[in-house]
Design a binder for this molecule. Structure first.
Ligand SMILES: [Fe+2]
Ligand SMILES: [Fe+2]
Length: 321
């Protein structure tokens, strides 16, 4: 797939304009040419993990203490093996979007809206700037659906195994990973097989061969692959690594990337601005935009040659009840 980095088209369609109009122009700043709000749902700076006054600070720090302690290579291998079976729950994309409203992301210092609004905020913001990239709209809509792992019907995994920033396991934990100090209690931290720069991996061996901490990113990737998606490589890369902030924000772990990863990372950089900065006070009228996304889901077979089964088999879980 050829990656073309386009200049965002800031012309707003009527439907989108109506939803984005409440943003005060004075609240916007430029980040690489992308207009973004300065504050999150709580009126704080985005990703303020070290802001002692952040209302969610303590809960988020507690979350990462568990996450960094328990996410080992062995744990990830077991979870991937179990969830790759895709043999538990079947449902359609929109049904899953609505189901996601029951999930609260304790790791996120920015988001306090229903999850479906975040999905639609992300997809709508992308649609505004990249109107012809249907695959990217759909990617925005489905990128967080893996958070259903937190629900009982999908195994009821604890938050530390579902959400939060992700990172490679099986090699040294880079210091740019948020709350790095908590890795010292991870059994892999002192394992000489896993605590070197490359660990069990090789230079430019490709992220596809790297085990990432387990969560909604890798799960949704497995779901898409297991359903024989033909979404482009860049879409799968976005789904799989959108929480890998150490890579796409800090530039760490690039020594593990191959040429395809380098190309796909360009799209992830674009996507991430929409994923992060759409978590603002911009409200989405779900019922108003629903028809477009239902039509996109229905069209997906034609658009992407059977990208994702539209009525069923889109999301399956594997844990035995
Ligand atoms: Fe996510
Ligand atoms: Fe997201």
């Amino acid at each position: 797939m050829t990656i073309l980095i386009q200049q965002p088209d800031h012309h707003l369609g009527d439907e989108v304009e109506a939803k984005t109009a409440p943003i005060n122009e004075r609240e916007l700043v430029l980040d690489g040419g992308f207009p973004i709000p300065q504050t999150n749902s709580f009126g704080h700076m985005f990703r303020a993990y070290h802001d002692a006054e952040s209302e969610r600070h303590e809960g988020v720090e507690n979350f990462y203490r568990k996450n960094h302690t328990y996410q080992t290579l062995d744990f990830v291998k077991k979870m991937r093996e179990e969830y790759a079976k895709l043999n538990k729950v079947e449902m359609g994309i929109w049904e899953c979007c609505e189901l996601l409203n029951e999930v609260v992301d304790e790791s996120d210092p920015d988001l306090d809206e229903p999850q479906i609004e975040h999905l639609l905020q992300t997809a709508e913001a992308i649609r505004r700037d990249y109107p012809d990239e249907d695959w990217l709209h759909l990617t925005g809509l489905i990128h967080d659906l893996g958070k259903v792992l937190n629900l009982p019907s999908f195994g009821g995994l604890p938050q530390w195994a579902v959400v939060g920033d992700t990172f490679p396991v099986g090699c040294r934990f880079d210091e740019s990973v948020v709350h790095h100090k908590y890795f010292k209690d991870n059994p892999d931290y002192n394992n000489p097989l896993y605590n070197t720069k490359y660990g069990i991996y090789s230079e430019k061996g490709g992220l596809n061969n790297v085990m990432m901490s387990w969560g909604h990113d890798d799960y949704m990737y497995l779901v898409a692959k297991g359903n024989n998606t033909t979404l482009p490589s860049a879409a799968l890369f976005i789904i799989r690594y959108h929480s890998f902030y150490a890579l796409h924000r800090e530039g760490a772990y690039k020594h593990l990337m191959n040429d395809e990863d380098v190309e796909n990372l360009k799209w992830l950089h674009i996507f991430n601005k929409y994923d992060l900065y759409s978590k603002s006070k911009i409200r989405i009228d779900v019922e108003r935009v629903k028809p477009y996304y239902l039509s996109l889901i229905e069209k997906c077979r034609n658009l992407f040659s059977a990208v994702l089964p539209c009525k069923a088999e889109v999301v399956k879980s594997s844990l035995e009840s």
